[in-house]
Design a protein around this ligand. Structure first.
Ligand code: PPE
Length: 317
């Protein structure tokens, strides 16, 4: 049986969603209901994004909206799904939903999915639906995991290869793998899972990309099965602007064990320092100074406090 550890942070509550964009208009989320025969509910045939808006001196701003909208449409393309909305309509729906709910900062979840018109795996006759929800969402792995550094566990679940699942698409069905890995880690008292591929190379977290920091060099972990993370790209660009040497590399789990620092990045996780992996402390087993500094700079960038990267923000008003 699945037993959630008591220290686990709560996920964002759908009850806080307020108004959602559904079928071309804003409605209270309780009224945005779908059929039990929805194709996506049966087969995981949805694609989604996770985006954040942050409070800035000029009110709420969405971080890297253009890149997230592009990835949502790319995810649909990979699935062979024809979206009923253009990128402009997606951006408009996102900004309108934030405005309607008067959010200063929030997590934004756009979703495209196949409806109930026909059951059976072939979605040819199913209408594609679109919705956007916004909700408060705090520190993904919990305040304590950020302050002390998170504890990772190498998952017994492997990341699917790219010829089994479309790993570059944020498709709902892909996330069964993430749910199983995260659940296993939590049930065993860890904060998050570390997923390897079949050969033992490090892929990513259940919802994060991974970095090592070693001898003053920042090492983004690459793997062909990883999601092309927008936070990962932001951290690399920030590091470049600071003239920090960067060496993109593949890694095995033991290379992570002996790194000076390890941290995870993602829209929800932001920049989260890792204190231990499989109960081996990373360096002295506390959140590392480089990771904490990068977290601080990242939070400055998303809050519009770094002019060089202000072009990544879309102001809501
Ligand atoms: N890998 C995976 C598998 C992944 O899901 C994410 C985002 C990332 C890497 C980082 O990508 P980016 O957000 O573009 O930097 N995970 C999303 C889902 C989290 C959830 O629990 O749901 C997110 O962070 O929004």
């Amino acid at each position: 049986m699945h037993v959630q550890s008591e220290s686990a942070p709560k996920n964002s509550s759908a009850l806080d969603a307020g108004y959602v964009w559904f079928d071309g208009k804003l409605v209270p989320h309780q009224e945005a209901t779908v059929s039990v025969l929805t194709h996506a509910l049966h087969y995981g045939t949805s694609v989604f994004e996770g985006i954040r808006a942050y409070e800035t001196d000029r009110g709420a701003a969405v971080f890297r909206l253009k890149e997230h909208t592009r990835r949502l449409l790319d995810s649909a393309k990979i699935m062979g799904m024809t979206p009923p909305v253009t990128s402009e309509q997606i951006d408009h729906a996102i900004l309108e939903t934030i405005r309607r709910n008067n959010r200063l900062s929030c997590y934004i979840r756009p979703l495209l999915w196949y409806g109930p018109e026909s059951l059976g795996v072939n979605p040819r006759d199913n209408r594609v639906f679109f919705m956007v929800a916004t909700m408060p969402w705090g520190v993904y792995l919990g305040e304590e995991a950020v302050r002390k550094g998170a504890a990772l566990m190498t998952s017994s679940w492997r990341r699917s290869p790219g010829d089994i699942m479309p790993t570059k698409s944020k498709a709902g069905g892909n996330y069964v793998n993430s749910v199983l890995a995260n659940q296993e880690a939590r049930d065993n008292g860890f904060d998050e899972a570390l997923l390897l591929d079949r050969e033992g190379y490090v892929a990513e977290g259940s919802g994060e990309n991974i970095f090592m920091y070693q001898d003053g060099v920042l090492m983004p972990i690459v793997h062909s099965v990883n999601l092309r993370g927008i936070t990962r790209d932001a951290v690399i660009q920030i590091a470049k602007s600071m003239d920090i040497p960067i060496e993109v590399t593949m890694a095995t789990r033991d290379e992570l064990y002996t790194a000076d620092e390890v941290f995870m990045v993602g829209t929800a996780a932001e920049v989260t320092p890792i204190a231990s992996i499989d109960r081996r402390p990373i360096s002295s087993g506390v959140a590392g100074p480089f990771s904490l500094k990068m977290r601080e700079i990242y939070l400055d960038v998303v809050s519009g406090r770094v002019p060089e990267f202000e072009h990544w923000l879309t102001y809501v008003h």
